[in-house]
Design a protein around this ligand. Structure first.
Ligand code: HEC
Ligand code: HEC
Length: 288
């Protein structure tokens, strides 16, 4: 008896610690896929050089300014620096910050932080995101407070609570999850009316980004609805995938920044297929 106990115990410990690190590895791999890809957090949170190239040692360190009518937003430092970043936030506080758009002190995180879209991210993906964020190098960088000349709500919606995974066996449900929650594509591709998205015209395009990334020019989001002439209704799947991952339009023109194609470059083929199912499921815009 004694022998069997002493023998089985170390085995048990080895078995648990292996599955623990394996689970941690899987979480980190998923977190890396999301955070260095489709979520495109760095599109706003990583400052860029004058020619729009992300500054490597300032990854996620913020202070990048985004200006829209009534908005001068500075993307926060979301590294684990205790003083100037979010190093002191608990896992639950980080998850609430991203999904609910509420800081630990109860204040609202303002636009264009895409919490209204990220609120649909599943609990398991949030755990992966936090696992990744805890591994990002802390960078000390003080970010000025954003200025909002437009009215902001008290919250972006009721408290998020629990969000289950979306089954990959349901192509439209999974495509909606990948496009709306993770890629927040409709955030840029839906026109704004008086500072609010007009979701009756989802993916009609026409959202104006003035002086984007401080590069001195204006870019307007494209119509990515299935409209046969104005949208992507007659594009092949391969043409749509090339635009998303390489920033090349159907006619070969290279897209300007704002469109987050440098991040979308790593989206898996399965997720691209899901995005296309979702895009093709929407009504053509403008509706005549
Ligand atoms: C479209 C631009 C944009 C994207 C994409 C974006 N953010 Fe933000 N985020 C902002 C802005 C702007 C703020 C500051 C808002 C304010 O000042 O109220 C912010 C604030 C935050 C905060 C609050 C930090 C603090 O100290 O108050 C967290 C946490 C955060 N973002 C995490 C993320 C993560 C994680 C991602 C990717 C999953 C992400 N953001 C993607 C623009 C963005
Ligand atoms: C931060 C804003 C932003 C986000 C997020 C964004 N886009 Fe875009 N997208 C743009 C802008 C702006 C353009 C137009 C660029 C240009 O004309 O040079 C564009 C262009 C495109 C085009 C090319 C259309 C054409 O006629 O050439 C496609 C397709 C597209 N986006 C799909 C997507 C998908 C799918 C996602 C999500 C995975 C997404 N976009 C997320 C801003 C965005």
């Amino acid at each position: 008896m004694r022998y069997s106990l002493t023998l089985s115990l170390p085995l048990l410990i080895i078995a648990t610690s292996t599955s623990c690190t394996q689970e941690q590895d899987e979480l980190l791999a998923r977190g890396t896929y999301l955070m260095e890809g489709i979520l495109a957090c760095g599109n706003c949170h990583t400052p860029k050089s004058a020619d729009a190239v992300p500054i490597a040692d300032m990854r996620f360190a913020g202070a990048f300014v985004i200006e829209e009518p009534g908005v001068k937003a500075y993307a926060s430092n979301i590294t684990m620096d205790d003083e100037t970043g979010i190093g002191t936030w608990s896992d639950a506080e980080i998850i609430r910050g991203i999904r609910d758009g509420i800081r630990p002190d109860g204040t609202l995180i303002g636009p264009p932080m895409p919490s209204p879209f990220y609120r649909n991210i599943s609990d398991n993906d949030m755990r992966a995101i936090v696992a990744y964020m805890r591994n990002v190098d802390p960078v000390s960088n003080i970010v000025p407070a954003s200025e909002y000349g437009i009215p902001l709500p008290d919250a972006w919606g009721p408290p998020v609570g629990e969000v289950p995974d979306v089954s990959r066996d349901d192509p439209l449900a999974y495509g909606t999850y990948v496009t709306v929650a993770l890629g927040h594509c409709i955030e840029c591709h839906t026109p704004m009316v008086e500072g609010m998205h007009d979701f009756t015209r989802t993916n009609e395009g026409g959202r104006v980004f003035e002086n984007i990334f401080d590069l001195g020019f204006t870019v307007i989001s494209a119509n990515v609805s299935p409209h046969p002439e104005l949208g992507i209704g007659t594009w092949t799947d391969e043409e749509i995938k090339r635009a998303i991952t390489q920033g090349i339009s159907r006619d070969g023109r290279e897209h300007l920044p704002a469109m987050a194609y440098p991040y979308y470059a790593t989206i898996t083929d399965e997720d691209l297929d899901a995005i296309i199912v979702y895009l093709r499921s929407l009504p053509p815009m403008p509706a005549d």
